[in-house]
Write a protein that binds this ligand. Sequence first.
Ligand SMILES: [Zn+2]
Length: 597
Amino acid sequence: MPLFPRTAFTSNSSIAISVTHNPSLNNVKTSHDVVSNQALALKDGGQVWNHRLEDPDKVVILARQDRRQWKSLWGGTTPGSMNTPRTLIIGLDGATFTLIEPLIQAGYLPTLARLMSQGIHGYMRTWPNMNSEAGWTSLVTGYNSGQHGIYHLAIRTQHDYTWRLASAADRKKDPFWCLLSAAGQRVGIINVPLSYPADPVNGFMLSGMHTPDIHSPGFAHPPDLLDDLRRQGIDYIIGVLRLADLCRRAPQRALQAAQHLVDVRSRTILYLMKTRPWDVLMAVFAVTDILQHFFWPDKDVSVENDVWTPMRSIYQQIDSFLSEALEIIDENTTVLVVSDHGFGPAYFGKECLSHLFARLGLLRYRQDGPQSKSRWLKNLLPYGRKVVPYWLRSPLKQVLPRLYGRALREVEFPSVDWSHTQVFVRRCGEQIYINLDGREAEGIVPSKEYAPLRERVRDILLNLTDPTTGHHVVRAVHWREDLYHGPYAGQAADMLVEWDYDVLRDSLCYRTAETSIIVQSPKRFDRDRRVAGLHRPQGIFIAYGPHIKRGTTVANVSIYDIAPTILYLQGHSIPGDMDGKVLANIFTDERLRHYPS
Ligand SMILES: [Zn+2]
C-alpha cells in the first residue's frame, strides 16, 4: 500500500517524464505529451517505449530545455497535485552554534536565521564519534561504529600500532541513500566525507574528502557527471586537504582558497539540484571544519573584529548558497542542516596525558639519537608535505601503505618504547588503549591485569585538574563496551575520555597524598600545528519544512537519529537494529497522525 497520496497529473505538450519506480527504466530520459492514468507512451531518440505504470506515485516530471538539459518542474511551476516527499540535507562539517548564533545576532546569516526561526533546531550529540569519518558514517547509516566499522580515517588492521587509510569500502552498513535507491527513490549525494568509492545509486553521486583523486575510477556516478559539470563551466575540486595544507604553510592565502571551494561546491549543488531529478539530496561543505581548526576566533571578541573574518565570510557565503537552494525546492521538501561534530578552542589532552602517563611509569619513551630510524620516520610526513606535490601524495599513500602507516605511527606515538608501555593515548586524548599482551604486537599487560589497570587509569583521569583553576578536567571515563556494540566493537579504544572542554587547555595537574605532578603540552607542538580550534561533541541540527514544527527547539538529538529520520520522511521502513530513532518530536501532530513514526 502506498504510504503517500497518489499523484494525479495534468499534462501539456511541453512536459517530459522520467520514471523512477522501475530500476530497469532508470536511464530512460524521455519526453512525450501524454500522461494518462495508468499507461505511458515514452519516446526517446525516435524509439517508442510502452510501459504500464504499476505505481504512478513515483513519476517525476521534468521539462526539457534543449537536447541535453532537463529541468525539474518542481517548485513554483509544479503541477498542482505533485506530492512526492523530498528531503534536502546540507552538511556543514564541524559547524557549531557557538559561531552561528553570534553571527546570526549580528545579522550575517539571514537564511540560517530563517530556517531556525521558522523550523526547529537544537544541539546534536555526536559523542563518541568526534571526527568526520566516524561522524558522517554514523549520521548516514544510523549505526554506531561497532556496527559500521569506522572509528576514524585510520583503520586498525594489525595490532602493531599502525593504521591504514579507510574508505567507504570499509563501511559495513548501508547509508540511507543505498536503502532509498534500492527502493526506487532518486538520490543525489555530493561530497560526503569517506564516501569513496561512490555507490552506483539510482541518481548521482560525487564522493567526498579522502577520495584519492577526482579522476580516480569510482569518484563520480554516473562516470560522465564530471564532464557534464565541465560543460557548465564548473571545474570541480574536493580540495579540503589541500586547504588544510595551505592553512599551515600560507595562512594568508587560505581564505581565498576556501571561498573558491565553497563557490565550486555551491554551483555544483545548485546545478545538479536544478537539472537532475532527486527525491533526496545530500551535500556536505567540509571547509567549515578546516578553517575552524586554523582560524577559530576568540568568542570574547566582537564578530566585527578581524579575527572573525575567515569564519564570518565562509558562513556568510554558505548562507547565501542556502538562500539560493531554498528558492529551488518546492513546498514538499524538508530541509535538514546538520554537522558531524561541534567545535571549540584547541586543547592538548593527548600530549598532556601521554606525558603524565610517562611520569607515572605507565608509558616509556625511548632515548632516540637524532639519526635513529624512528626519528627519520617521524620527520617523513612533515618533510613529505613540504617536498611532495599535493597531487602525488594520495597515490604515494596508496602505493606505500606500510611506510605511510609506520610514519603515521611515529607521528602519533613519537619514540614510545612499547616493551615498557602499559597504556597509550590516541587522537586528542579521548582514546586510551591498554598495551595488552596477546593483542598488541608488543603487548606487556597480562589479560588478568586488564580490568584492574583500566580502573587505575580511570581513577587517575577523574583526579585530574587544571593547575590554575583547580577545576576537574574529566567529566566521565567510559569503557568501550558501554559505548559500542556490534561485530566491530573490538576495534574501539579500551577506554574513552569525556573531557570537560570548558576547562581543559594545555596543562594538567595530578595530585594525591604522595605526589603532585603538573604536565604541560610542549609549546613547539602547538606552533608546528598552528591549531586554534578542535572538535567538540555537540554538533548542530536544524530542520525546516511542511511537516516540521515551527519556531521551537529540540533536545536529545543524536547523530544516529538522522538516517532513520530521513527514511521516515521518505516513507521508507526503518531497519529494526538501527541505533538511531526517528526524531518524532520534530514533526507536527498532523504528520504523526497520518504517518506514525
Ligand atoms: Zn576537523
